[in-house]
Structures are given as structure tokens and as C-alpha cells.
Design a protein around this ligand. Structure first.
Ligand SMILES: Cc1cc2nc3c(=O)[nH]c(=O)nc-3n(C[C@H](O)[C@H](O)[C@H](O)COP(=O)(O)OP(=O)(O)OC[C@H]3O[C@@H](n4cnc5c(N)ncnc54)[C@H](O)[C@@H]3O)c2cc1C
Ligand code: SF4
Ligand code: SF4
Ligand code: SF4
Length: 373
């Protein structure tokens, strides 16, 4: 008996109607009936049928949704996944050698420097990143130069961003998948992408299925991600009151063990993540991947000292470009007193990554248990 193909109707029932849609736009961007406008974004920001009759019932939208696990065994086999955090070949704590990147980056500027290495050595034609638009918002952006990369690095904000955004809607989620769709039309080949685990999950599933233009993605740099935030003015006011802070005064934000807010005054405040759960995107509570298990290189701040990026090299391709970027002087690894200190520090870093992974998985299992299937 052949298994029935699940379509957008099933995606609606299993994901969207259950409040699990992360509004990544993947299903709409890569719908086989895109030219026939089968799908659209509804007034609530969620995907919906624009014209159900035009649906080709191919099942692609269902399979590539990050909340659907059908292709997980294929991904696990392809990436040699093993518990608890997927496969990795090498662990590092590193930082950029470029003072301009260091000035603007989130942690150690490894992502921006790696991408600069790839672009300046013609290993890629472009990098899909996301550019700051407001205090909590970014938009996808195709970078082709170091200057482009620097303009998209980090999470530091200027006054004008604040003024532009206040009164609007806030979301830290950058819809990079819609930009991947546009790559072919721009005649770009060999592209690097920076994304959250959910975004790279969709890209990797497209690669498994052979769906264009995922073949253009040559390197996938994956950010650690405990959650993204999305909220409106009312929620912002509530949060400001409860935490006694003024968001317009925030100059920089980062997530490690906590949400780390640096204010224009120079004061830094660590806010426990539980305190900001109310403004996290609901879909994030059902997400299991913290350390971006299917990337070429995963990066985060967790487990490294200030101004360093924690790095997990997962694939051969990732290993090659990281080593070359170090050799070519784009990135420098943290120097330890001796091999014993290096081993201890890396073990502590891995323990933190494992602990956050377990915490995120448990949260997702609890959330999914509440949902009738
Ligand atoms: C929403 C979000 C949640 C995160 N959660 C954690 C966490 O829980 N724990 C942890 O240790 N690290 C987390 N990180 C990763 C961490 O904040 C740094 O991005 C990472 O350590 C790389 O630092 P860097 O200095 O090397 O990067 P940089 O050199 O500053 O480059 C950062 C790159 O990320 C891209 N980027 C920024 N925001 C987004 C976004 N919203 N979506 C897609 N791409 C983006 C930028 O365009 C840039 O290319 C998170 C990042 C994001 C964006
Ligand atoms: S999470 Fe993304 S792919 Fe899944 S239903 Fe929502 S928009 Fe579509
Ligand atoms: S055509 Fe395919 S990808 Fe598009 S909505 Fe229908 S089943 Fe989904
Ligand atoms: S937690 Fe991060 S990876 Fe998971 S759905 Fe939210 S934004 Fe995506």
C-alpha cells in the first residue's frame, strides 16, 4: 500500500492550527505551485491557502516545515547525528582579528570573519545574512563584501533605529528563507547562509529532497538558538514595567545563559530567560534543536568568555573553511595555558551546550504533549 502524500491541508491541521507555526515562510516560498499562487500569508501573518484548487498536492510544504519530523531520519543519516547534540568534529572558542568586526559583532565576530574569508577568497559569491532594522528586528540581506557583512553583524543599535521602531511590532526573527528563494533570479551561485536551527532545518530538508534553489547553499553557518522574541506594544509595556527597564535605552542585546541587555548608559543587565518567556514566539516552545545540529559550523556565545564565539565544527566542509580562516589570519582561536586547560575549558563549554539542549528538548516535549495529534 502506498503512503498518502500529506499536503498543506495536513500542515494546517498539524502545525498552523496547533499554534506551532514559526512564520518562517518556507512553505510559501518553496511551494511547487508558487506561480499559481496556491498559498499566501493571511492577515494574521500565518500561511493559508489562497487558492486550494491550484495546490498540486506534491507534499513539499509539509515535508520541509521545521515542525514536521518526517525527514529527520534522512537528516540524521546524512549528518551522522548522534545524541545529545548531533555530530561534531572539533570544538573551539575563537574571535575575529579585525577590530572593526570586533566593534560591532555579537560575541567574537567569528561568523562575520568566516563569511569575509569565504567572500574574499571566492569560495562563495554571496552570503545570506540579516541586517539590523530596529531594536528587535532584522531583515534578510544578501552580502557580497566585507562592508556588507559588517553592516549586518552583531546586535548593537543606534538611536535612529529606536525611533523608527517604537510603536511598531517587535520580532527578532529574520525571515531569511524568502531571500533564498530570490537567489536564483539574481544569478548567484555558491552561497553561504547564516540561520537559526529552524531555518537551516528547512534548507537541509530541501537539499535532501533536491528542491531548488537549495543546491546553491554551499555553507550553512548555524546560530545556537534558545528562542526568538515577537511582541507588540502592549507586551513591551508590560515587560518594561515588570522588569523596570526602558527598551528605548537598550544599546545591545545578546543571549547566552541569560538575555544580556546593555544600555546606552553602559550598564549591562542579565535577565533570566524565564523572565522573558512571555514574549518568546510560541513556536519556539515546540522546537528541539538548540545547537543547530545540521549546520556546517554551529556558533553561539554560550560557554565562551566575553568577546569570544563558541564554535562546533560539524562537517568536513566546515572543518576546511574554519582551519583556512584561522591559517589566513581572519580568525584566532582562544589561547590556553596548556593542553589540560584547553581540554577542561572545552569540556565545560560542551557541558553547557548539552545542558541547554536538554532543557530545550524537555520544554518542547512538554509543549507537544499538550497538543492533540
Ligand atoms: C535569535 C537568536 C538567538 C540566539 N540564541 C542564542 C542562545 O540562546 N545562546 C547562544 O549562545 N547564542 C545564541 N545566539 C547566537 C549569538 O547571539 C551569536 O549570533 C553567535 O554567537 C555569533 O556571534 P558572532 O559574534 O560570531 O557573530 P557576528 O559576527 O556578530 O555575526 C552574526 C550573524 O548573525 C546574523 N544574524 C543576526 N541575527 C539574526 C537572526 N535573527 N536570524 C538570522 N541571522 C541573524 C547576522 O546577520 C550576522 O551575519 C542567538 C542568535 C540569534 C540571532
Ligand atoms: S513553520 Fe514555516 S513552513 Fe511551517 S507552516 Fe509555518 S511558515 Fe510554513
Ligand atoms: S502545491 Fe505542494 S507545496 Fe504547494 S501547497 Fe500544494 S502540497 Fe504544498
Ligand atoms: S527556538 Fe530558534 S530555532 Fe527554534 S523555532 Fe524558535 S527561532 Fe527557530
Amino acid at each position: 500500500m502506498t503512503e498518502e502524500i500529506k499536503t498543506f491541508k495536513d500542515l494546517t491541521r498539524e502545525v498552523i492550527d496547533q499554534g506551532l507555526c514559526g512564520k518562517c515562510g518556507g512553505c510559501i516560498s518553496f511551494c511547487s505551485a508558487g506561480d499559481l499562487n496556491a498559498l499566501e500569508i493571511g492577515s494574521n501573518g500565518l500561511p493559508e491557502y489562497a487558492n486550494e484548487d491550484n495546490c498540486l498536492k506534491c507534499g513539499i510544504c509539509y515535508l520541509i516545515c521545521p515542525q514536521i519530523k518526517t525527514l529527520d531520519p534522512d537528516l540524521q543519516a546524512k549528518f551522522g547525528w548522534k545524541p545529545p547534540i548531533g555530530d561534531y568534529k572539533y570544538v573551539s572558542s575563537a574571535q575575529t582579528t579585525d577590530s572593526r568586526i570586533m566593534e560591532v559583532c555579537t560575541d567574537g565576530g567569528v561568523v562575520t570573519s568566516l563569511l569575509a574569508y569565504l567572500l574574499e577568497n571566492d569560495l562563495v559569491n554571496a552570503a545570506v545574512v540579516s541586517k539590523k532594522k530596529g531594536l528587535f528586528s532584522r531583515e534578510p540581506f544578501i552580502a557580497t563584501t566585507r562592508e556588507d557583512l559588517i553592516s549586518a553583524a552583531g546586535s548593537q543599535f543606534s538611536e535612529s533605529f529606536h525611533l523608527e521602531e517604537l510603536g511598531g511590532k517587535y520580532t527578532t526573527y529574520a525571515p531569511v528563507l524568502s531571500t533564498v528563494k530570490a537567489l536564483e533570479k539574481k544569478y548567484l551561485r555558491d552561497v553561504a547562509i547564516v540561520g537559526t536551527p529552524c531555518q537551516l532545518n528547512t534548507i537541509r530538508k530541501m537539499q535532501v529532497l533536491g528542491i531548488l534553489p537549495a543546491h546553491l547553499i554551499k555553507y550553512a553557518i548555524g546560530l545556537f538558538c534558545i528562542e526568538n522574541f515577537s511582541f507588540d506594544d502592549l507586551a513591551r509595556e508590560r515587560l518594561e514595567e515588570r522588569l523596570s527597564l526602558n527598551m528605548a535605552e537598550i544599546n545591545r542585546l545578546n543571549i547566552k545563559e541569560d538575555l544580556i541587555l546593555t544600555f546606552n548608559s553602559g550598564i549591562t543587565v542579565n535577565v533570566p530567560l524565564e523572565e522573558v518567556d512571555e514574549v518568546a514566539r510560541p513556536a519556539c516552545f515546540a522546537c528541539m534543536d538548540f545547537s543547530n545540529e545540521y549546520s556546517d559550523i554551529s556558533v553561539g556565545g554560550l560557554g565562551s568568555p566575553d568577546r569570544y564565539t563558541s564554535v562546533l565544527i560539524r562537517t568536513e566542509a566546515g572543518q576546511t573553511i574554519f582551519s583556512e580562516a584561522v591559517e589566513e589570519g581572519y580568525i584566532k582561536e582562544r589561547v590556553f595555558k596548556d593542553s589540560e586547560e584547553a581540554r577542561l575549558e572545552k569540556t565545560k563549554m560542551l557541558a553547557k551546550i548539552v545542558s541547554f539542549t536538554r532543557r530545550k528538548r524537555l520544554r518542547a516535549e512538554n509543549k507537544l504533549r499538550e497538543i492533540p495529534r
